[in-house]
Ligand binder design. Structure first.
Ligand code: 13P
Ligand code: SF4
Length: 313
């Protein structure tokens, strides 16, 4: 089947099975025509919590589908590519977090959504890159253990002044951004503002003009396009799909990716073919043990409540 036929078949199956297709914005653009919703981790968690579909097909990586199952346990949650696993989420586990909690028994545990259900279950609250600063700010009178992303944790520490014990995890896609990348991009594309994701290293964040989650970066570009002086533009420091999608939507604007190496290969494992097979065969289904699920749900619900309170988006 070609892509057009696949899209038609997927839409037909989706209706028949009362399924919703949630798509992270780092996914291949071939998936976009079948998406019910495209967004960042926070927006997708909100969609997963409120959907009334019978089935959620999650085009993203393992921890996203797992979070959807925790938030919507009665729905069938399907991850089209079983091997789409986020390496950062594997950098923390329940045992090592329990050890850390013993060392700092008074600390609040704030865990980035890019983590396993077991690690979420050991945490007081979850956060995403869109609400991490707000959530850390809320708990900043206490000592905080922040897992697993050391760069996001260190950024929150910098902004809020909170007393944070950092975990040693990172996202290889953003961790590889360097001052050299910025030097080259700024040289090749002068008069551009630099926007970067907070999963990036400290020296890169220090030079950025704007720091935000994937949807905050997209929103910044869309809100500022009309305000640009002649020849000004944007350099996008996150996974290349964000810059590519903006370039496609605004072909006359100067929008560039900070570096072509910023590709999340795990996110790219999902293809239109796999989405079709996933819907057809209802595979791979995600399960989370009830004892872990109930504790992890508490941490996710606390995040969703605090995000509403602060208007995080
Ligand atoms: P956001 O979707 O929160 O911006 O995070 C990016 C990411 O790396 C997802 O895996
Ligand atoms: Fe994990 Fe980074 Fe890929 Fe996001 S971009 S899924 S954090 S490896």
């Amino acid at each position: 089947m070609n892509d057009k036929e696949l899209v038609e078949k997927i839409i037909e199956l989706k209706k028949k099975k009362n399924a919703v297709i949630l798509v992270h914005s780092y996914q291949r653009q071939e998936i976009h025509p079948v998406a019910d919703f495209i967004g960042d981790s926070l927006a997708l968690a909100r969609e997963a919590a409120k959907t009334d579909a019978d089935m959620i097909v999650f085009c993203g990586v393992d921890f996203m589908a797992e979070s959807a199952k925790i938030l919507s346990p009665k729905k069938k949650v399907i991850l089209p590519s079983a091997d789409a696993k986020c390496p950062m989420a594997m950098m923390a586990n329940g045992d090592s977090l329990r050890k850390m909690k013993k060392k700092y028994p008074e600390a609040v545990v704030i865990t980035y959504i890019n983590s396993s259900a077991e690690v979420k279950a050991e945490s007081d609250v979850v956060c995403t890159s869109a609400n991490a600063v707000d959530i850390v700010e809320f708990y900043k009178e206490k000592k905080i253990i922040f897992t697993p992303d050391k760069h996001l944790g260190s950024y929150c520490k910098e902004v809020t002044g909170a007393d944070i014990v950092l975990w040693d995890g990172y996202c290889y896609v953003h961790d590889e951004f360097s001052i050299g990348d910025i030097y080259i991009a700024k040289h090749e594309h002068p008069n551009c503002v630099l926007l970067v994701h907070p999963e990036s290293p400290k020296d890169v964040l220090e030079i950025a003009d704007f720091i935000g989650s994937t949807s905050q970066i997209t929103r910044f570009v869309e809100e500022n396009i009309g305000k640009l002086e002649d020849n000004e533009g944007f350099i996008i420091g996150t996974e290349v799909e964000i810059g590519n999608a903006l370039q496609k939507k605004y072909p006359k604007e100067r929008i560039y990716n900070l570096a072509d190496h910023a590709v999340c290969t795990q996110m790219k494992r999902t293809t239109l073919d796999k989405v079709y097979n996933a819907l057809l065969n209802e595979e791979t289904e995600i399960f989370v043990d009830d004892d872990i699920r109930i504790k992890a749900l508490k941490a996710l619900d606390t995040m969703l409540e605090l995000s509403e309170k602060f208007g995080s988006k």
